[in-house]
Design a protein around this ligand. Structure first.
Ligand SMILES: [Zn+2]
Length: 107
């Protein structure tokens, strides 16, 4: 029996030094995240909570090129964000997160 290894490589290089562009993105992100959470004070995922106070921005489509794309953000409470991170496939199946495997050249 032939087995085909199906491996998805992580695209996020943790060890890469932060570029200037990345740094300014991070600054921008901090600002926008605060505003975003102000505008969305209640968890929008509501997987494990019943409308808890939102604390974090969930990157429903991953970070990468969507890092600053607020249309891919969601406001989440701690517990739902944790769930989303750890059940990505299920979250996508349930429509709580966006498929991040799809081609992203259309931007
Ligand atoms: Zn929640």
């Amino acid at each position: 029996m032939k087995r085909t290894a199906f491996k998805r490589k992580a695209t996020w290089k943790r060890l890469a030094p932060m570029s200037e562009r990345r740094k300014s993105e991070a600054r921008e992100y901090k600002k926008r995240r605060a505003l975003f959470l102000q505008a969305h004070p209640i968890c929008t995922i509501r997987k494990l909570c019943n409308g808890a106070r939102s604390r974090v921005v969930c990157h429903l489509k991953g970070r990468g090129i969507y890092f600053l794309d607020e249309s891919t953000w969601g406001a989440g409470c701690w517990i739902c964000e944790w769930w989303l991170t750890n059940h990505a496939t299920q979250a996508i199946a349930e429509g709580l997160a966006m498929d991040r495997i799809g081609k992203t050249k259309d931007k």
